[in-house]
Design a protein around this ligand. Structure first.
Ligand code: ATP
Ligand code: MG
Length: 385
């Protein structure tokens, strides 16, 4: 997987961005512009895995050629003009490859795979990113994210990170009675210095760490998708599981978190309004974001609340067989949250705690199976049995 920035003229940018967004397992688009000057400025900050450049923009802004030639990230040109002219340009800006507008669809992914700097080292064991999402607020995302993280750490004896991506109104830290000295905003201000990130990862228990949301909604506005890519890239190298507590809705940072996740737990409660918005979310994931079916799981929270809607109704309405169910536990979760304690350690035998533990085991087993599959894919063909 690699990140790409697109410096492409308006008449072609949307089509190219969509082409890459249709391949969420391979590429993540971290930005785009029709001005090469702005593109170079953005890329100096975000250092993408590859910059895809429309040759017409270099012709329109010839002063940018020197900046392109000196760029530390690879460049791939898509040429609308003649091939000799594009070849000259590619040599001038030291592009790693160039394609033409006639054949780009057939050749682009191979060219980018060959040239782009991968987001993650290919041979390193990486943590699983699990996001907890809902299009609706107040359905139990944070409660699930925090207790799931604790369950994963206890069951697997591996380090787990919780990242509070409800950037404006995050409450992961108070739910664990943590008062972080540094938060994600400090990490961004440091230019994502690994040392500052380490300092900001606040230990809850020996193998659970929390990256807290900013202090204020104003600070949340300073956080952009490319910075999240970098943070998650670093965390995946250190933690076996990275649990993202997302904000309700579809802001850019949320979508980047969703794109980078291995598994999305989409939380729904058994009421008609939530079912409708969650149904829309599942359709969006399937049809617009083109996420693979196994990436998206539905979590029905607060089952048994006697709302008149049954599990079978929900499965039929939402057309998804991948369901985890978490029972309603009355005031038990809020009581423990008020004391800053995860209920899963305080009342491990409560039905809700047991259901969460079963979910944690299933997700961890899936993650192990996927890691084996990834390793198998890395074995050269001739060595496969
Ligand atoms: N299964 C459950 N049984 C009983 N109460 C629950 C359950 N799940 C969550 N709650 C309670 O529901 C309330 C909302 O939960 P939570 O804050 O986790 O939701 P959220 O989706 O993160 O909300 P927001 O969108 O505001 O971030 C809390 O008081 C929590 O204790
Ligand atoms: Mg929340």
């Amino acid at each position: 997987m690699f990140s790409a920035y697109l410096a492409i003229a308006d008449d072609f940018r949307g089509e190219l961005a969509q082409f890459l967004k249709d391949r969420p397992d391979q590429a993540v688009v971290v930005g785009s512009s029709a001005s090469l000057t702005s593109a170079l400025r953005d890329c100096a900050r975000d250092n993408p895995g590859v910059l895809v450049v429309d040759d017409r923009l270099v012709e329109a802004e010839p002063g940018t050629a020197a900046g392109l030639a000196a760029a530390p990230y690879p460049i791939v040109i898509i040429a609308s003009g003649s091939i000799p002219q594009a070849t000259r340009l590619a040599l001038q800006v030291r592009a790693k490859d160039f394609l033409t507008r006639e054949t780009w669809q057939a050749e682009l992914m191979a060219a980018l795979d060959r040239t782009a700097v991968p987001l993650y080292p290919r041979d390193k064991k990486l943590g699983q990113v699990i996001s907890v999402f809902s299009s609706k607020g107040g359905v139990g995302k944070t409660t699930i994210a925090v207790n799931l993280a604790v369950a994963l750490a206890e069951r697997r004896h591996e380090p787990v990170a919780v990242v509070d991506l409800d950037l404006s109104f995050g409450d992961v830290a108070p739910m664990l009675a943590l008062q972080p000295r540094f938060d994600i905003h400090d990490v961004i201000l440091s230019g994502i210095d690994p040392g500052v990130l380490k300092a900001a990862m606040m230990n809850y228990a020996s193998n659970i760490s929390v990256l807290a949301a900013p202090h204020t909604p104003e600070e949340a506005e300073d956080i952009a998708p490319p910075q999240l890519v970098k943070i998650l890239e670093l965390l995946r190298e250190e933690y076996a599981f990275v649990v993202l507590d997302l904000a309700p809705g579809y802001q850019e940072t949320n979508i980047m978190g969703l794109d980078l996740s291995d598994v999305i737990l989409t939380v729904c409660t058994p009421d008609v309004v939530t079912l409708r918005t969650v149904g829309q979310a599942l359709t969006l994931f399937r049809e617009d974001f083109r996420y693979p079916a196994e990436k998206v799981r539905l979590v029905i929270n607060r089952t048994g609340s006697r709302t008149g809607i049954e599990r079978s109704d929900i499965a039929a309405i939402l057309k998804t067989p991948q369901i985890f169910e978490l029972p309603s536990a009355g005031s038990m979760p809020v009581r423990h949250a008020n004391q800053g304690l995860p209920f899963i350690t305080q009342e491990p035998n409560a039905p809700l705690s047991r259901a969460l533990t079963t979910m944690a085991d299933a997700l961890a087993d899936d993650s192990a199976a996927q890691a084996t599959l990834r390793l198998r894919r890395l074995v050269p063909r001739s060595r496969r049995h």
